[in-house]
Design a binder for this molecule. Structure first.
Ligand code: UN1
Length: 513
């Protein structure tokens, strides 16, 4: 039987090393109330981590501000070298870290490993990027002048992450921010404090071994009150926050009130459009993984399946048949497809969503329910459910972080499917299953999907790190991870240099003295 002591030991830690939730590197100090971590896998109390007080927080920010002065002067390829070393540690510890993620959060071991792989991939990306923090040069309108732009580090980056990707989202931010020359203060989820502490230990060791000062990687722990310290703090120029739309609106307003920058990655309400000539086998794989993977707790999880009437019954039967094959149970047992929800509150939200969809007129076609008995003692295991529903139902408009899939029908052409797909407030991920070029291109066109991610013939979840990740509308507009997402972690400076003996003014203005 897998236990927490084993998990920590495999990571080179012991229980005494994981009871402080505040750290600037080698220094761990925390004087706030104790947060208890229960594994949703077996219900065991697996850790008690002290949260961050205001005094602890100020000490972190002061140390981070000091560290920034050193870190920002190090050439970025050398910073990349540190990220490379951090990556070597991640590669070495991939299995135990993946297991801890799986045990504390409840996602399958395969997905825990996948999450650590995302960390490894973003570090590789960041190392290359450390030699490519390019600005443009432009031609000046004045003779004997040169213009160019350069990117400088911002300072302290505050990272607020959620329980569902307890390690990867931190790394998407930190790996880029570090090569950009920023220092990071991370508030992980209070639902997964041990994974945060484990990651901070790995990072701290790497920075310390390289002879770098305290404060480049910092951890703070606690609930929204600790998040609020960050979002209101003028010393923190950028807040990158991942979580609910409700949380995002609060953070965005606090950061905007001080004219800080925010990067928001909030809820999704992701749909797959299934067209008449879709490959049904691939549709089923994409939709089922999208809906039940991570027990429906990804921001990219598939919530809605918009199926053309010509193939509706066929798709419905195939999906229902696939759900019958799902094995629900301990996520560390690789025979299972679906693990538990994060906690009992999540179970309540799941049940409420199923009640609500029926109340609004929906028809449950794959029954849900909470599992009981041997192996399900934590009370967090639920059956993935499917309901036929209408897009305008209030519950369908809302993101429920659970394995509940809404099935709906469209008729006529792709416009009608697009109207449904775009007819929600969120705009993260979207997909179309089609072999029809016109439909695929229409879906990707200016009149198509309004989401930050639009996929053809793959599902809504499981984005690669190389692309910019994020979404529109209430998803918050931020972009993390690949492409040029790094730019938000830096400040852009436009430089004009006059190498003549004259001082001509721009716009041809004459000003003779
Ligand atoms: C999230 O759920 O917050 O695209 C991130 C995906 C993963 C990341 C999800 N690569 O599903």
């Amino acid at each position: 039987k897998f236990g927490i002591n084993q998990a920590l030991q495999d990571l080179g830690l012991n229980v005494d090393q994981v009871n402080n939730g505040t750290s600037t590197g080698q220094e761990w100090f925390s004087n706030g109330e104790v947060i208890e971590s229960y594994s949703p896998v077996d219900g065991a109390l697996i850790g008690k981590v002290k949260s961050t007080t205001r005094e602890d927080y100020d000490r972190v920010i002061e140390t981070a501000s000091k560290a920034f002065k050193t870190w920002r002067t190090m050439p970025s390829p050398q910073r990349g070298e540190i990220v490379r070393k951090f990556n070597e540690e991640l590669r070495r510890l991939k299995e135990p870290l993946g297991k801890l993620v799986s045990y504390e959060m409840g996602k399958s071991y395969q997905e825990g490993l996948g999450e650590v792989q995302e960390m490894i991939d973003i570090c590789d990306f960041a190392v290359g990027l450390s030699r490519q923090l390019h600005g443009l040069t432009m031609h000046s309108e004045r003779p004997g002048h040169r213009m160019y732009e350069q990117y400088h580090p911002l300072g302290i980056v505050g990272i607020i992450s959620a329980f569902n990707f307890p390690v990867a989202v931190w790394s998407w931010n930190t790996a880029l921010a570090w090569v950009c020359g920023d220092v990071c203060v991370w508030k992980g989820s209070e639902k997964t404090p041990l994974t945060s502490v484990a990651c901070q230990n790995i990072a701290a060791r790497v920075f310390n071994d390289a002879g770098l000062p305290e404060g480049i990687s910092c951890l703070i722990t606690g609930d929204y009150r600790v998040g609020e310290m960050l979002s209101k703090d003028e010393r923190v120029p950028l807040i990158s926050a991942t979580g609910s739309i409700r949380m995002g609106k609060i953070v965005a307003q606090a950061v905007a009130a001080r004219l800080g920058k925010s990067l928001l990655e909030l809820g999704g309400n992701n749909a797959i459009i299934v067209t008449p000539d879709a490959n049904i086998k691939n549709t089923v794989i994409g939709a089922v993984f999208g809906a039940v993977g991570t027990c429906g707790q990804r921001c990219t999880s598939t919530r809605r399946l918009i199926v053309h009437e010509d193939v509706y019954d066929k798709v419905k039967d195939a999906i229902v048949a696939a759900y019958k094959q799902l094995r629900i149970g301990n996520p560390l047992d690789e025979n299972n497809h679906v693990g538990p929800l994060i906690d009992k509150d999540a179970v309540k939200n799941y049940q409420a969503a199923l009640d609500k969809v029926v109340e609004e007129g929906g028809k449950v076609i794959v029954e849900g329910g909470v599992l009981e008995g041997e192996g399900y003692e934590s009370g967090c295991y639920v059956k993935p459910a499917i309901a036929e529903a209408q897009n305008e139902y209030e519950i369908v408009q809302h993101e429920t972080f659970a394995p509940v899939l809404y099935l709906m029908k469209y008729s006529g052409d792709i416009e009608n499917a697009l109207a449904l797909q775009n007819g929600v407030k969120q705009g993260l991920s979207s997909a179309i299953m089609t072999n029809n070029l016109r439909e695929a291109e229409r879906f990707l066109s200016v009149e198509g999907s309004d989401c930050g991610i639009a996929n053809v013939n793959i599902g809504t979840s499981g984005a690669e790190i190389g692309g910019a990740f994020g979404g529109e509308k209430e998803t918050g507009g931020g972009r993390e991870s690949g492409s040029d997402a790094w730019k938000i972690y830096m400040r852009r400076q436009t430089n004009t240099i006059n190498y003549t003996t004259e001082l001509p003014l721009a716009q041809g203005i004459k000003f003779d003295l």
